[in-house]
Design a protein around this ligand. Structure first.
Ligand code: ATP
Ligand code: MG
Length: 674
């Protein structure tokens, strides 16, 4: 495509952004104004007009899904393959870098990624080994402490130096961080924050490598810049150096990851760091009807300290926003399901409907309503396939086969299914691993050879060691799916789940089946791309992929996700559910004005996902996490001018509780007054 064509379907401000000659460019603009579109077209423009080889371009987006979409869109716009271009998230790009440069990064070639569950388990173990009481020293807090410091670029040693010696809390967490860092080093494990931090450090240490990448990436582009944290911003600056071009696009009103260390201030920081940079604002919204846009603008106007933008649209007013008050959460879910069905009857696809919620736990009731009405749906993020316990168990066996020193994997499966290895034996192995500074696996091996336990326990440990060794030997002659099958059978996992009763156990067995097909698909698709073994690649894939590749991404189904995961996406019809004080804004943010503003930005993100129709629902009574509460309409809905909203009801049976076998008991006690 030539340059003119590239610019044709853009407005003037967008054209300026796409073809800006400035080395540094920041596009600061509201939702749906075409930021992502500008980014894609700018890449195409760099290739067409500036003759930049795809190899010289690095594009960073927020999710793997967005990265895949971006690559597809670039290829469509450029009408050519963009092989050699790196498009990914901060995490996936750092991961790729570390795989290529594991030696420079001082990692074992087989280093494993710890996802946040694995990380938490490891932290628990450390807290125990430091003889701290878990109830006083909650592992989750330690996890937060560690990740926050890593996101700020701080290693355990630095934190240890900086803690206030009279603050017992800080001192203790700092000790946990140190022990955690040692354990990760020993096992060759890398958590999510580590991927980025370590890449950053390697580039800082190794000038040759840095020069290579700075020369390679002549232009670096970042979408959703408002949600970068300290270490990510430092990473970007280091990689871009002084020669490369930098294009950042973002919206301060959509910064929703402050709780994970994201800094809106990076936008201002950019202006200080690159005073010669251009800033371009886009003001025309192409996504939503005027009604939806005005409503979103009215809500976000309640925040203070915004960089300030006005968004307008040429679109017509469209339908008014529909507000539904459910009697309870079941009633609310039923309304959503009925409206989805109505949309489909009117000719929309299921995939054009998105159901958004503040917290994952809300999805269950909605899912039940969909299942009851035979509506196909898909959950993004949250309950991801590779997160399910049975899947993680099989993967942990595979990880152990791949790298016996993976302590997190060892801990996970040593007693799943149970094989006569008790808490005492485990304590022995943990103590030994600490005292000798060796992995749990090595402790098990040495325990057997040195006969350090009574006969029965020794036998059990030996059985486990032999089991894993057997897998390792079998691995030579098996493809991935066969190995997975062997592990499931011989480890006793399949038999273990077969013994369990009920639907859950059934679902687990089905998931195991699904894992076999995933392995089969993987071995046929991925072999050449990965230098190390297919098994390694598969394990990485499982750890990194947040369920976005689960079966059915292409299928026509309702898209369910948290408000956070909806960032950057758009749907014809959007349902914002659970719009209640305490749920959204979340209880924890109601006392703190900064956090409340972040919640409001999240509401703004949610509303601006809608193109044609926005439904807002809430329940007057809600049972969540086992408690039933009376609820009040969220302030964010009350901030929408009333003339933009219509209240709707379900036909005749509005407030009747739905009779279904699994809800009857709760209803008997809570809803009987109806
Ligand atoms: P968000 O802030 O939600 O990430 P965004 O600013 O990245 O939004 P895009 O997703 O790039 O916005 O664009 C929103 C929608 O408007 C898309 O469907 C896009 O194709 C369309 N769009 C953007 N610019 C134009 C244009 N000049 N002409 C027609 N459609 C456009
Ligand atoms: Mg976007």
């Amino acid at each position: 495509m030539d340059t003119q064509q590239l610019l044709d379907d853009l407005n003037v401000a967008q054209q300026q952004a796409v073809s800006a000659e400035s080395q540094y460019l920041l596009v600061l603009a509201g939702a749906g104004s075409g930021k992502t579109r500008v980014l894609v077209h700018r890449i195409a423009w760099l290739m067409a007009e500036k003759r930049l080889n795809p190899y010289h371009i690095l594009a960073v987006t927020f999710t793997n899904k967005a990265a895949r979409e971006m690559r597809g869109r670039i290829e469509t716009v450029c009408q050519r393959s963009v092989q050699g271009m790196w498009v990914g998230t901060f995490h996936s790009i750092s991961h790729r870098f570390l795989r290529m440069h594991w030696q420079d990064a001082q990692l074992p070639e087989s280093f494993q990624i710890l996802d946040s569950d694995d990380q938490l388990r490891l932290i628990k173990r450390i807290i125990r080994s430091l003889e701290l009481a878990e109830d006083r020293w909650p592992p989750r807090q330690a996890q937060w402490f560690i990740n926050n410091h890593k996101d700020a670029g701080k290693r355990a040693a630095q934190v240890a130096q900086e803690v206030n010696p009279s603050n017992r809390h800080e001192r203790t967490w700092s000790r946990v961080y140190t022990a955690y860092e040692e354990a990760c080093e020993r096992a060759g494990s890398v958590d999510f924050a580590e991927l980025i931090l370590r890449t950053y450090e390697v580039l800082g240490r190794n000038k040759e490598l840095l020069a290579h990448y700075q020369q390679r990436f002549q232009h670096v582009l970042v979408d959703e810049f408002q949600d970068t944290n300290d270490i990510q911003y430092a990473w970007l600056k280091r990689l871009a150096g002084h020669e490369s071009g930098l294009t950042l696009v973002g919206d301060d009103d959509q910064s929703i990851y402050g709780w994970r260390g994201a800094k809106i201030e990076n936008i201002q920081q950019f202006q200080r760091d690159y005073p010669a940079g251009d800033i371009i604002r886009l003001e025309q919204n192409y996504r939503s009807t005027e009604t939806i846009l005005n409503a979103a603008n009215a809500v976000i106007a309640h925040n203070t300290g915004r960089l300030g933008k006005k968004l307008w649209t040429e679109d017509n007013a469209g339908e008014s926003i529909q507000l539904f008050a459910g009697y309870n959460e079941v009633d609310e879910a039923r309304f959503v399901a009925e409206r989805v069905s109505a949309c489909v009857r009117e000719g929309q696809g299921y995939r054009d409907c998105a159901v958004l919620y503040r917290s994952n736990a809300q999805s269950r009731v909605l899912e039940e309503a969909f299942i009851r009405q035979g509506i196909p749906y898909r959950i993004y993020g949250g309950l991801r396939f590779f997160d399910r316990a049975e899947i993680k168990n099989v993967l942990a066996y595979l990880r152990l086969v791949f790298n016996p020193n993976d302590d997190a994997a060892f801990e996970r499966v040593i007693s799943v299914p149970s094989r006569g290895i008790g808490e005492r034996t485990l304590t022995h192995l943990r103590d030994m691993s600490r005292e000798r500074a060796i992995s749990l696996w090595q402790s098990a091996v040495d325990t057997v050879s040195e006969q350090l336990l009574p006969a029965r326990a020794l036998n059990a440990v030996d059985g486990f060691v032999q089991l894993i060794r057997g897998f390792d030997e079998a691995r030579e002659n098996l493809v991935l799916s066969e190995l997975a099958e062997l592990v499931m059978q011989r480890s006793g996992l399949v038999a273990h789940y077969q013994k369990e009763k009920g639907e859950k156990a059934q679902a687990r067995l089905e998931n195991l089946k699904e894992l076999r097909s995933a392995a089969r698909e993987f071995e046929s698709a991925e072999t050449q791309d990965h230098p190390s073994s297919v098994l390694a690649a598969f394990l990485d894939h499982a750890a990194l992929e947040s369920g976005e590749l689960q079966a059915g991404e292409q299928d026509d189904c309702v898209q369910m996700m948290t408000l956070h995961s909806a960032k950057g996406l758009e749907f014809s019809t959007v349902f914002m559910t659970g719009m209640e004080e305490g749920l959204f804004p979340h209880q924890m943010s109601m006392e703190d004005s900064n956090r409340l503003e972040e919640e409001r930005r999240l509401a703004y993100v949610g509303m601006t996902r809608a193109m044609k129709q926005l439904f807002i629902t809430y329940a007057e009574m809600r049972r969540l996490y086992g408690n039933e509460k009376r609820c009040f309409l969220s302030r964010f809905v009350r901030e929408i001018p009333t003339e933009l909203i219509t209240e709707v009801r379900l036909n005749a049976s509005v407030s009747r509780p739905v009779h279904s076998s699994f809800r009857r008991k709760e209803q008997a006690s809570s809803v009987s007054s109806d």
